[in-house]
Design a binder for this molecule. Sequence first.
Ligand code: HEC
Ligand code: HEC
Ligand code: HEC
Ligand code: HEC
Length: 303
Amino acid sequence: MASLTTTWEIAQALGLCAVAGCLILCVLAVRPRAGAATAFPLRAHRLLGWLILAAALAHVALLLIADPRVIEHVKLTAPRYEFAGMLALLLLVLLTAASTAPCRARLWPRHRDFQATHVAVACVLVVALAMHVLVAGRYVHGRVDALTYTLLSAIVLLALLRRRARPSPGRQSPPLAGRLVFGRHSRLVVAVVLGSLAALLVLLRAGSALALREPFLSRSEPLALAFPHDRHRAVNCIECHHNFTDRTGADSCISCHRSGRAAIRVGAEARFHDFCLGCHRAPPAYLKSHGPVGGCNTCHAPS
Ligand code: HEC
Ligand code: HEC
Ligand code: HEC
Ligand code: HEC
């Protein structure tokens, strides 16, 4: 069990490294026009790209090994933020594999086309990562963390808008194309960056996280739960059994929350993961300890 917990933590840390790597690569200019002294070497950019992809793949593989129930989160019934993670992985493959010399020569004969596509894909990657990281809440939870991470992502997006060292000389080019390194694709790139910034703002809205916890397809079966009442003695029954305040309902949480009642607006998984993990991650001051936030099996052990 202990070694599995360690595997789980390593897997999560690898995910964090991959995210940090992506954000760093976006900020480091590969071909600055202002002089070679400040350029991040292209070879280092490539190498870091492949290392990030490896870390992301290991993140998924190790989680599946540490806790086989993670398989529930790569099915179609998985919550949407997990799909954002899968999209990010796909975009990483695209950014690395399609940028190798042979692929690139075939797909984008002109450098400008490649550059604009690469930067646009990077923008979408930054947004997909924000969805995955903010909603998974493993390292980033709470309002302050979320704001900080969003601000960081916004800075990264703006840093992608690289400026020319000198406005293009000679012919009068349109204002944007003259100032950015993307030439005639400048407008498109600016539009993608602005769209991505807007998406980040939407993510910050209350309710976005809960919506991203909902699945695309709902499950037919609940996932067995092993809930220890004895470990929750310090918590008032009513905190969880909210339907008990009027002494009418003795219904089970799960059967009611999985039922089709009109009053249930949020799916069971989204609601319960948000609720249980919310307290475990940030327990109120009167609790001296906190519950598990890691592996699925701590809560979903077969009863
Ligand atoms: C931290 C949240 C939490 C607290 C606090 C809590 N419960 Fe529960 N309780 C649950 C959950 C979740 C279930 C459903 C467990 C399952 O389906 O395996 C449950 C199930 C039950 C059930 C069985 C209901 C059924 O029909 O399945 C009873 C009875 C119950 N709790 C009583 C209590 C009492 C009495 C207290 C206070 C002393 C209490 N609970 C405190 C979360 C809580
Ligand atoms: C009789 C049906 C019923 C039972 C039983 C029930 N709930 Fe709910 N619960 C609701 C409804 C209805 C809502 C509000 C709408 C929604 O969640 O979509 C709600 C809301 C919630 C919320 C969100 C509250 C908020 O302030 O946003 C949580 C958390 C929750 N339930 C947890 C539980 C837990 C834990 C149990 C069992 C201990 C439980 N519920 C038992 C019907 C029920
Ligand atoms: C209000 C805070 C709070 C809520 C809500 C809460 N928990 Fe906990 N939970 C705790 C605390 C505190 C502990 C640690 C108790 C201890 O150290 O003995 C704990 C422990 C646990 C453990 C035992 C972990 C272990 O090491 O064996 C499980 C499993 C668990 N919680 C599941 C749940 C589930 C499932 C829900 C949602 C239905 C839930 N908890 C909701 C506070 C909470
Ligand atoms: C802190 C406790 C806790 C942890 C950790 C946890 N879950 Fe849950 N999960 C719940 C509770 C409570 C429910 C709602 C009751 C149910 O459906 O069993 C739930 C529901 C689900 C459901 C939906 C079942 C349905 O009714 O539709 C899935 C799927 C699921 N969890 C998968 C996972 C996976 C995968 C992990 C690990 C990445 C995980 N859970 C970690 C507590 C937890």
